[in-house]
Design a protein around this ligand. Sequence first.
Ligand code: C2E
Ligand code: MG
Ligand code: MG
Ligand code: MG
Length: 280
Amino acid sequence: RAKEKGRNDFQIFNTDMKSVSINRLKLENELRKALAGNEFILFYQPQVDIETGRIVGVEALIRWNHPERGLVSPNQFIPFAEESGLIVPIGEWVLRAACKQNKAWQKEGYPMMPISVNLSMRQFFQHNLKGKIRHVLEQTGLEPQYLELEITESMTMDVDHAIQSLLELKELGVNVSIDDFGTGYSSLYYLKKFPIDKLKIDRSFVRDIMVDPNDAAIVATIIAMTHHLNLKVIAEGVETEEQLNFLHQNRCNEVQGYWFSPPVSATDLEYMLKHGMTTA
Ligand code: C2E
Ligand code: MG
Ligand code: MG
Ligand code: MG
């Protein structure tokens, strides 16, 4: 029902090759200025317990509040930020802002819940990941169990390095989830071997569960598997009541998607926390 707010698609890349590199330089400069000038903001999307209908977590999602273009979606600049390395300072800003916001909500008396932050490949493999995250937790006063870090399957391909990073995160006491599960390099090996807490079923599977029996079978199987492995499971991109019912029948723990809410501002999320959200 609710449409995602703040989509503002603009052409970053021109098809003309010469302007491609000029545009890249421009974008890199603009992103640096955005970071210095506080032009990034976080939106928050609720994660809902499928049994109780209550908000039990939120995912922090970055937007660029561009002075001329308005709210720019992360798909428009995160890939470039990753490529250029700017994702490291931007990601650190996200982490700090999310932890700070969650601590503020706790102080204001909202129910305690974890906040999820997307980690980029470069962040995940950066030197002294544990020290950096611990520093942010200390600065913001957020307890580690109220922070969840989302990584993607592509980050698990370098198995030894990934296990090393994950063990560091576990030592800190933060939660780790696998984002967009099923779309990348899904290996049963890492599911067995890696210290992770949760799988997030990618919305491309959820989208067609009511029309494609293969997608329905895949989603039901992923959910059953997570229960056997003692992992939690959340479905992304839930847009209809039928999808919600299917996920409920198949014992999915949590749901996230436009059926409940798109990502919203902190103020709008506070409104939802205050007034509750009735679902199933
Ligand atoms: P993601 O982490 O998989 O986040 C979920 C995306 O799906 C969000 O898009 C959200 O708005 C969208 N979504 C949620 N529910 C529905 C639904 O029911 N239907 C549909 N069609 N879409 C839904 P968003 O906010 O545009 O973010 C896109 C991607 O950008 C994220 O995918 C994530 O990979 C990346 N991203 C966002 N914020 C950050 C960040 O702070 N750091 C990093 N490294 N990446 C980020
Ligand atoms: Mg995510
Ligand atoms: Mg995802
Ligand atoms: Mg995604």
